[in-house]
Design a protein around this ligand. Sequence first.
Ligand SMILES: [Fe+2]
Length: 559
Amino acid sequence: MIIRLDGRSGGMRPAMRVLGINAIFHDPSAAVIVDGRVVAAAEEERFSRRKHGKRPVPFAAWELPELAAAWCLEQAGLRPGDLDAVAYSFDPGLCRDAAEMGLDDPWDHLRADYARRAPQFLATALPGLDPEQVRFVPHHVAHAASAGLSVPEDSAVLVLDGRGERASHLAGAYRGGRLDVLCGQELPHSLGLLYEDLTRHLGFLHSSDEYKVMALASYGQPRFLGLLRELVRADGDGGFTVERIDWDALAKPRTAGEEMTEAHADLAASVQKRLEEVLLDLARWTYRAAGGLSTLTLAGGTALNCVANARIAAEGPFERVWVQPAAGDSGTALGAALAVNGEHLPFTTAALGRGWSDDELEAELRRAAVPYTRPASIAAEAAGVLARNGIVAWYQGRSEYGPRALGHRSLLAHPGDRDTQTRMNDVKGREQFRPIAPMVRAERFHDIFEGVYPSPYMLFVHRVRPDWRDRIPAVTHVDGTARVQTVHAEDEPVVSSLLTEFERLTGLPVVVNTSLNTAGRPMVDTPREALELFGSAPVDLLALGPFAVHRAQTYRSVE
Ligand SMILES: [Fe+2]
């Protein structure tokens, strides 16, 4: 059959079965669309248990999301030979020589080499797959589709990441399912690589820990902003320039585990502020160039910067800003599949990963020989433990696609205890400056927070209303903000009842929500991993579907 990349199908369209694959840089993942429905999407790390799936280096580009792809096909009831297309989120035909792009990497060409051979690699990994079915989708077109085709309406779209084949940015407009590319900034200029360089300089893992830099920025003063305004600038034509930055002259390089100084925090604050300013300039340019579209959709790793997203929403020209929850490269599996499928498929849930039936969950509990109960309401049971200041491992339904826990694989706690942040960061072995985030019942959002609403995917920061800051100190960041998830009863009935019951017990319609994992590990995916976490971390209740596993102990009082 003929695959039309322009998205215009016209009249009756044949059934379409598309597998999306992201493999090239990091966060390998797979997604499958069948007959106009996103059936499944998952990251390889949830299967292989290797955080981010692979190292972000050129020689790892051959590694495919084999386990995630095989599971997606199984979930769709398809064999590899049944597919109409495989959409691969990188086009080696667009690559250029590293030196020509101003990059210093003697191995960069491996990415293009491996991508060219990906159809054969895929046919080996998924026996029966026809290599001829593999379509290369330009990396930023895949990101753009993951955002623009995930909303029902036409939208302007802005993609910013570290890099694609030869660019680091795309500004475009989706009309009637068709993407018009308005601008693309070529390498070496890259806002994503700028942030990655800073992440590395501050002693964190690049292409992984950028969100830690964003958290650190709230502790600093942007005293290097003047210099950064000279070095990092929007060019007025939709693109931007990033000059070489002498990081060492601004703050001493830090190694992992070394003490964080004021200069490090000030540098993070300065780069963060400049990033926000340039993104606002780019959003304004895109608004003008896209000609009257009132929705902006965002994707690319930079769109996980929820502080910048909140500023774009508050100060930018668009009426609505929608961010793809899997904004990083994992989302390009879905985006590539959407681009080949060629029509709007509104994104309604991030719960696209693996799930288990109640019978399967109970079988796991029996196998582990742990005492468990099936309370009348797991939501009420968990709310009771949270009200007594216990920590709950909350495992419900299908796992989330993307980096955020959204009430399916979550660690929950009381927001009213100042020590909760320390306890949660201890459970997870995280740095103590890392904030923890609240989930709130949608009906109560406006009483407590200001900012983008609804926010079901935790992609914006919000201001906590002053009279609430002392009531929910655990989730109020040092700058008076919180990264809120709004919980809507029609989408998340069990989590919504938990919040209702918690409010009845404590007067607080807010619960701390962080991802269900321990230090350096991917989020829990299977029930067995949930039991392993429960066995090795100071968690008071494991809520495994409708079942409750309690740890015998007395609870601490709320201070
Ligand atoms: Fe990307």
